[in-house]
Write a protein that binds this ligand. Structure first.
Ligand SMILES: [Zn+2]
Ligand SMILES: [Zn+2]
Length: 207
C-alpha cells in the first residue's frame, strides 16, 4: 500500500519531495515517450512541428520538417504583462495554499465538484478574490476546445519545468448549470460567480 505523505501526495502520485525524502521513488510512474514521433506546437503559426525540445517554437518562422495541423489548442503569448504577473503572484501567495493528493498545492475558489459522481455542491461557493477579476475581464492564455479538451490526454513533463510553475485554471459551467438549465442551483452559482471579495479581509491578512 502506498501511504499518504506530508507533501500531500497519495497513491501512485509522487513529487520531488516525497521521492527524495519519503522513499516514494519506487511508486513513481515512468512515462516512456518515443521522442522521434513527437511534435512541438508553435503559437505563432498555429501548427505543430517535428521535434521534442519545447523551445523549438522559438525558431519561428524558420521551422524544420513538415508541420501538422493542431486544432483545439489556442495560446495567447504574454497575455498579461510582467508587472501584472508580479502583482497577481504577490496576492495569490498572501492566500493560504492547500495541499492536494497530486502533490501540488492548490487554491480552489469554485463550487465544490465531485468529478467521479458528476455532482456539484454550490453551498460554499462565494465568488472569487478581487485581485483575479482583471483575468476574467481579459481573455485566456491557453484554451482547449473540441477534441483536445474532451478526448485527448495531456500532461506536463517534469523536464519542461525550470522554475516555479503556477497554473490558474478556469472551468466553464456545462449547459445544465447555465441559465434555464435543469439544475436549480444555477441561478445561485452564476450570481456568486460575479462576486469578487477582498482576500485581505477574508483571510485577515495584515500588511
Ligand atoms: Zn509528494
Ligand atoms: Zn511557427
Amino acid at each position: 500500500m502506498t501511504q499518504p505523505r506530508p507533501c500531500g501526495c497519495k497513491g501512485c502520485r509522487t513529487c520531488l519531495i516525497c521521492e527524495t525524502q519519503y522513499g516514494a521513488d519506487k511508486y513513481k510512474i515512468q512515462l516512456e515517450f518515443d521522442k522521434t514521433k513527437s511534435y512541438v506546437y508553435c503559437p505563432f503559426c498555429n501548427k505543430a512541428w517535428p521535434g521534442w525540445d519545447a523551445d523549438i517554437y522559438k525558431q519561428h518562422p524558420n521551422h524544420n520538417g513538415t508541420p501538422i495541423e493542431y486544432p483545439g489548442v489556442y495560446i495567447q503569448l504574454d497575455f498579461i504583462t510582467e508587472e501584472e504577473e508580479n502583482v497577481l503572484m504577490k496576492n495569490i501567495d498572501e492566500v493560504p495554499w492547500d495541499i492536494s493528493q497530486s502533490g501540488r498545492r492548490k487554491q480552489n475558489y469554485g463550487p465544490k465538484t465531485n468529478f467521479k459522481k458528476m455532482k456539484i455542491n454550490a453551498g460554499s461557493f462565494d465568488g472569487f478574490p478581487a485581485f483575479s477579476k482583471f483575468l476574467q475581464d481579459r481573455r485566456s492564455l491557453l484554451v482547449f476546445y473540441g477534441e483536445p479538451r474532451y478526448h485527448w490526454e495531456h500532461c506536463v513533463l517534469r523536464e519542461d519545468i525550470s522554475s516555479r510553475r503556477v497554473c490558474i485554471a478556469y472551468r466553464e459551467f456545462t449547459p445544465p448549470y447555465m441559465q434555464n438549465g435543469c439544475h436549480e442551483e444555477a441561478g445561485n452559482l452564476i450570481r456568486q460567480a460575479k462576486t469578487f471579495w477582498d482576500h485581505k479581509v477574508k483571510y485577515q491578512i495584515q500588511t
